[in-house]
Design a protein around this ligand. Sequence first.
Ligand code: NDP
Length: 445
Amino acid sequence: MSYIEEIKALVRKKNPGESEFQQAVDEVLESLEPVIEQNPKYKDAKILERITEPERVLMFRVPWQNDKGEIMVNRGFRIEFNSALGPYKGGLRFHPTVYLGMLKFLAFEQIFKNSLTTLPMGGGKGGADFDPKGKSDAEVMRFCQSFMTELSRHIGANTDVPAGDIGVGGREIGYMFGQYKRLRNEFVGILTGKGLDWGGSLIRPEATGYGAVYFAENMLATRGETFEGKTCVVSGSGNVAQYTIEKLNELGAKTVTLSDSSGYIYDPDGIDSEKLAFVMELKNVKRGRIKEYADKYNVKFYPNERPWSVKCDAAFPSATQNEISAEEAQTLLDNGCYVVSEGANMPTVPEGVNKFVEAGILYGPGKAANAGGVATSGLEMSQNSARLSWSREEVDAKLKGIMKSVHDSAAAAAEEYGQPGNYVLGANIAGFVKVADAMLDQGLV
Ligand code: NDP
């Protein structure tokens, strides 16, 4: 058994039942084979054994009361995975499917993503098996307050700085920030994605979606192409999906789909800025279902289906993990799709990833393509530390520059290790080397 296979087996044995975590580890380790071969120092220092073990895992009870006065109990988590490059950084996910293995996969991915941004951030992730759907604002507030009551003991501006993810947007960040401030009597940047008037950064809400499009723009540029006139398919209809479409519209592309967990809509005329404003109101304020778009604009709604059978040039999976199966990856390729930029984390199953890589399309894996969100969170931390705020143009220019450097360093590592254009290999290697070297520098930690 090769060294890499040994570590994969070890991780499976030590983390039974955590399929998403095992999947994320397998993908990274497989890419690292040539790096480990050429650099025995990593094997000698047991870097792979160490990097796959979280520095700390916190799991806690979150009791709260619903509007009827009934007592509810959820489970909260924070995975502080790796702090070699800086304070733990990564979002909080509130979704009924959340469990330890899901958050460990997300925190593990976050280590390499954060490394790629070039900003000083370690990797972490957290959340709860709480479902915000159908809850009143008051219920969401009580839940967030209870969640932060425990989490506040473990985070800090120089220790661990969470952000949003699925089910955690501006509303939830606000309630959690308020509770932290009340408990600790300090106004400090312990969360990112804050409101603009109280420490937030311009462009943070837009950053993941914009960044996924900038990443794809950089990939297209390697072939001398732009987004002008391209047809795009987007999944999800939350934060990442919305701003992906906004940027694609700006660049002259046409997006024809949106989805949520109940199905997808197909609008052959394209989701223009007026229709996008409707989606933002529907999803961020009314918290309704995407089917209402089909009713309003008289287009077709496909219940319980995903949008990958729609013909397109570019696909932006922006909902959740494993949302593109191997068959769906093949359908995308068969229909002529040749750009995939992952706004979501690990949205393509491993067999699908292999299909994209073997087909030689422009495929940007999540840990590179969606790094714009956390990068802009890093910029929010810098602004908080300096107690100032940069203009929209300044932040957007920095985001664009960071996405170009994420692209270029992944491309350069892929080239160096003999697989030009393989951004999966490139992102994993470029992300890993910096973290591994920092761990070596810092001794046995
Ligand atoms: P939101 O909660 O704003 O939106 C999530 C969207 O995905 C909703 O349309 C939701 O539909 C859909 N969705 C969620 N879970 C499922 C599921 N199990 N099956 C089908 N559809 C689902 O989250 P974000 O837009 O913030 O996050 C989307 C993805 O982007 C996630 O993978 C996240 O990890 C990733 N990401 C987000 C970043 C950020 O800055 N927000 C940064 C980097 C990555 P419904 O409402 O029906 O549940």
